[in-house]
Design a protein around this ligand. Structure first.
Ligand SMILES: [Ca+2]
Length: 95
């Protein structure tokens, strides 16, 4: 892949891939139950292969309990979520 930095090509998420909706900036924790509900193959998934992308760039994630290569009910994915368009946030005023 060329690193021209132009971003001319539309970025396509990896397959299989799942979308994580983030409304506000902050730390998020996806539990085993969350991933299961989202349709991820939690029983066959190697948590060490999980990757998270934001606008085409990889985001650092921490998967607790990933060292055994299995996603267990007590494991979770922790990441820092960024709001989609921080620049469009508004401060409401009741003045
Ligand atoms: Ca585990």
């Amino acid at each position: 892949m060329r690193g021209d930095g132009g971003g001319a090509l539309p970025w396509a998420p990896p397959i299989p891939g799942w979308r994580v909706k983030v409304r506000d900036e902050g730390f998020y924790r996806l539990t085993y139950a969350d991933l299961l509900a989202a349709g991820l193959p939690v029983d066959s998934l190697d948590p060490q292969t999980l990757q998270l992308y934001y606008l085409g760039g990889e985001v650092a994630i921490e998967v607790t309990g990933e060292s055994d290569g299995r996603l267990d009910p007590e494991d979770a994915v922790v990441f820092f979520g960024q709001a989609i368009s921080p620049s469009t946030r508004r401060t409401t005023s009741t003045g």
